[in-house]
Design a protein around this ligand. Structure first.
Ligand code: ADP
Ligand code: ADP
Length: 229
């Protein structure tokens, strides 16, 4: 069963041209893929439709085979808990410790304190930040802050993890490290969709790549068909 499906999706903003035009693709459970394209190609719009930050003008977005058009009102917050999101500027709470930031999705789910502590320690170990659990985000480097953002997004083991330009502020070495974390960190069964305009970086990851151009899905490249350059 695909975790995510875009069925002939178009998005027109008021007064604008089409940000997405008849886009169709499906993502399997546990699959990792990238969406790339120039600035303005429609990457952010595609991710916003998944989070219900925007609604399609035509076509349907299906999450675990449920049409998101039917998710309204109080169920929007519930849906958003099923989608882990990593932001470019990581949106950490600056007055809370690293551990408290990572614990947040579990607290929101009403998980017991002891279980939260166990899970947070485990995930911080896996992103290499065990020793920084009590630090404030401002005491961390940009790369460390982004690792906290990823740990927070995956700690509750959502079916889908999405990220919009997660390496936008990082140098090439750190960018490659962060992309490798996206490939390695989520539990088996979690699907990962990362938007990046950095085609060279994306190609090196050897994963499926969707290519957007002016809102159209112009390519859907399997890992074995990737050509370096
Ligand atoms: P990026 O290429 O990094 O996505 P953009 O400049 O396209 O940056 O968009 C930045 C933000 O501004 C996005 O959240 C987008 O939704 C919004 N935005 C982009 N273009 C417009 C526009 N014409 N009118 C209103 N908001 C816009
Ligand atoms: P990308 O993330 O690939 O840079 P976006 O999805 O941000 O692309 O933008 C796709 C197109 O939609 C661009 O032409 C952008 O200016 C336009 N756009 C994005 N958000 C808005 C908005 N809120 N209102 C109007 N136009 C927008």
């Amino acid at each position: 069963m695909p975790v995510l499906r875009f069925d002939n999706v178009s998005k027109l903003y008021p007064g604008g041209h089409a940000a997405l035009s008849e886009v169709g693709f499906a993502v399997d459970a546990g699959e990792m893929l990238f969406v790339t394209g120039h600035s303005g190609a429609g990457k952010s719009t595609l991710l916003k439709l998944i989070q219900l930050a925007e609604r399609p003008s035509r076509g349907a977005v299906l999450f675990e085979e449920r049409n998101l058009a039917k998710v309204r009102g109080g169920r929007i917050a519930r849906h958003r808990r099923d989608v882990g999101v990593v932001y470019q500027n990581h949106q950490l709470l600056m007055d809370r410790s690293v551990a408290e930031n990572v614990a947040l999705p579990l607290v929101l789910r009403g998980m017991k304190r002891a279980e939260i502590g166990k899970r947070v320690r485990s995930i911080l170990g896996r992103v290499g930040l065990e020793a920084r659990a009590n630090a404030l985000p401002t005491q961390l480097s940009a790369g460390e802050q982004q690792r906290v953002g990823i740990a927070r997004a995956v700690v509750a083991e959502p079916p889908l993890l999405i990220a919009d330009e997660p390496t936008g502020n990082l140098d090439p070495t750190l960018s490659a490290e962060i992309m490798a974390l996206f490939a390695a960190l989520p539990e088996r069964g979690t699907s990962v969709l990362v938007a990046s305009h950095d085609l060279a970086l994306v190609k090196r990851m050897r994963k499926r790549v969707l290519v957007l151009d002016h809102g159209r899905l112009v390519d859907d490249i399997a890992p074995e068909d990737l050509v370096d350059g």
